[in-house]
Design a protein around this ligand. Structure first.
Ligand SMILES: [Zn+2]
Length: 300
């Protein structure tokens, strides 16, 4: 320590002297060469600054383009999705016409999101590389899970605002109000406007009001979908994992296009899910998220 301090203090006068000499020389140079040289130096400095400015402007423009690209990304993903759905629509038509031996299964989860089970379902889907469809009700405390569903490429769909059967089906107007409130809430909260609706309890629950509701759905650009397979987790009574699996696979039968009804809240469905997915894959089903133009989506 002492040694360093000694060195520093002995260096200081030398530095000051050098600085004085440098300044004197600089002043001397400036004094002896006024005019042209000085102007040239200024010009050079100006040119350097201009080049630096241009480089920075170029850099800023590059950054701006990158930001614009980031902003365009959701639209780009949407465009890519739309192209995928267009091809899927063509495949469905071929399957329907008996021109393709391909099979498609749409896994659907209703009523969520729920604590724990929704996240665990998303984990399974992620691990299996499968995209599904989530029919959501108004769950303001579970926006994080909805955002994850979007991030991981699943389809968000409308399952009414309150999902309270009596309130929803009081009249056609109350049902339409519920649908529109939920559309608005999802659009405002997560920036996604669903194109698919599922009637709480299924479309027959709407009874004689169904036609008026379906017309309003169509006017709003929504199609609706029921289901042709289920794990049975929405039925009263306890459900075992084994039974959920048997119900699901048993209900598939020989159907070429499958919409599987499941619920986020069911641990039996959650536990049976990996095996359901594996079996469907082994049987040659493509597992896809639903889209507006699917033959399974009924438009009024
Ligand atoms: Zn439901």
């Amino acid at each position: 320590m002492t040694e360093t301090r000694t060195k520093k203090s002995s260096l200081l006068p030398v530095l000051i002297t050098m600085l004085m000499i440098t300044s004197a020389v600089a002043v001397g140079v400036r004094m002896t060469t006024p005019g042209e040289d000085k102007l040239q130096a200024m010009q050079e400095e100006w040119q350097t600054l201009t080049a630096e400015k241009e480089a920075l402007t170029g850099e800023i423009q590059g950054l701006k383009a990158a930001v614009a690209e980031q902003k365009d990304l959701p639209q780009a993903i949407q465009r890519q999705k739309e192209e995928g759905f267009r091809q899927l629509g063509e495949l469905e038509q071929k399957i329907k016409a008996g021109e393709s031996t391909q099979k498609i299964a749409y896994l659907t989860f209703d009523d969520g999101p729920y604590d724990n089970t929704t996240e665990a379902i998303l984990d399974v889907l992620k691990e299996k590389g499968v995209h599904a469809t989530f029919f959501l009700r108004h769950r303001p405390d579970h926006v994080a899970q909805i955002r994850r569903e979007i991030r991981e490429g699943h389809t968000l769909a409308n399952h009414s605002y309150s999902h309270k059967i009596k309130a929803v089906y009081q009249s056609a107007d109350s049902c339409i109000r519920e649908i529109r409130d939920q559309q608005e809430w999802l659009t405002e909260t997560v920036g996604v406007t669903p194109q698919i609706y599922r009637f709480p309890g299924g479309s027959p629950t709407a009874g004689s009001k169904k036609q008026a509701i379906a017309a309003a759905l169509a006017a709003d650009g929504l199609g609706y979908v029921d289901w042709n397979c289920a794990t049975g987790d929405g039925l009263p009574g306890a459900l075992t994992t084994e039974k959920a699996y048997q119900n699901a696979i048993g209900s598939v039968g020989e159907q070429k296009i499958v919409v599987m009804l499941m619920h986020d809240y069911s641990t039996a469905t959650l536990e049976a899910l990996p095996e359901i997915i594996d079996t469907l894959k082994a049987e040659g089903y493509l597992l896809m998220p639903l889209f507006r133009e699917s033959v399974m989506i009924r438009s009024a």
